[in-house]
Design a protein around this ligand. Structure first.
Ligand SMILES: [Ca+2]
Ligand SMILES: [Ca+2]
Length: 178
């Protein structure tokens, strides 16, 4: 076996399927593919996920996580959609600075009482956020103030609590270096 094929195998995504649900984990050789913050994390370009069905809905990407080309005027290529309670998306991020960050989640939807929360390194940092109802492509921000991060690698998870919402991206900005 050539070294190139060993490397390819090492970065391949492993998916497990059980009870009609899907979870996957990307095995990484190093931290080079973590999102650098301050910066933008694209919702549809996740590292790990849980999705409640194997089918792919939408015209963007493949695999169990459903996504479509977005019409958000601020860009973002595709948005995750057709989300369901209990589903989550996870991202490896790398903070260049020890500090207090602001964060926003770019979302659109039209279902009542749709809620999600955001976890950083396993801690709920947002509490339950109520999602907008103006339309599936009428985009809005949900801002989380004062997110503390040490320099280095962190794990970000967006967890759907109820209803269904479209998610385009998450932005981080530095409020205050420490
Ligand atoms: Ca699906
Ligand atoms: Ca996006």
């Amino acid at each position: 076996m050539k070294w190139t094929s060993v490397l390819f195998f090492a970065v391949a995504t492993l998916a497990t399927f059980k009870n009609g649900e899907a979870e996957a984990e990307t095995i990484k050789v190093d931290g080079a593919d973590a999102y650098v913050v301050p910066g933008r994390v694209e919702a549809e370009a996740f590292h790990r996920f849980k999705d409640t069905d194997l089918a792919h809905a939408g015209n963007c990407g493949t695999g169990p996580v459903d996504a479509e080309v977005t019409s958000d005027p601020t860009g973002g290529n595709c948005n995750v959609g057709w989300t369901a309670p209990g589903e989550w998306l996870e991202y490896d991020i790398f903070s260049q600075t020890k500090g207090v960050f602001g964060m926003k989640v770019r979302v659109a939807g039209q279902m009542p009482d749709t809620r999600l929360h955001v976890e950083l390194d396993g801690f709920n940092i947002s509490n339950s956020l109520l999602m907008p109802q103006a339309g599936w492509q009428v985009w809005d921000d949900r801002v989380i103030d004062d997110v503390y991060m040490a320099c280095g690698k962190h794990r970000l998870r967006v967890y759907i609590e109820s209803g269904s919402v479209n998610i385009n991206y998450m932005d981080f900005w530095l409020k205050r270096a420490l």
